[in-house]
Ligand binder design. Sequence first.
Ligand SMILES: [Zn+2]
Ligand SMILES: [Zn+2]
Length: 96
Amino acid sequence: MKDSGKLDRVVAEARRAAAERERGYREQALTIYPWICGRCAREFTRANLRELTVHHRDHNHDNNPPDGSNWENLCVDCHEDEHARGMLGDYLTGKR
Ligand SMILES: [Zn+2]
Ligand SMILES: [Zn+2]
């Protein structure tokens, strides 16, 4: 039982670190790039900015070069199209 508790903590810590890292790249991407969807050119403001998401061009969320070359701002609709449908549940519920 002790061991599984420790594993739970390790998993929780890894999830927390990943969530922080991902919040970080989203902020960076929104700083580097205009608040416009790269596909449909929909424009965003602070009021609806949560619907603008950051896509990883190579689909690797661990690849976050500081120059933003792996990021693309996409609205949630275009982002869903970019991935297989249903894959974005975590992202859209705020876990990512
Ligand atoms: Zn779009
Ligand atoms: Zn994506």
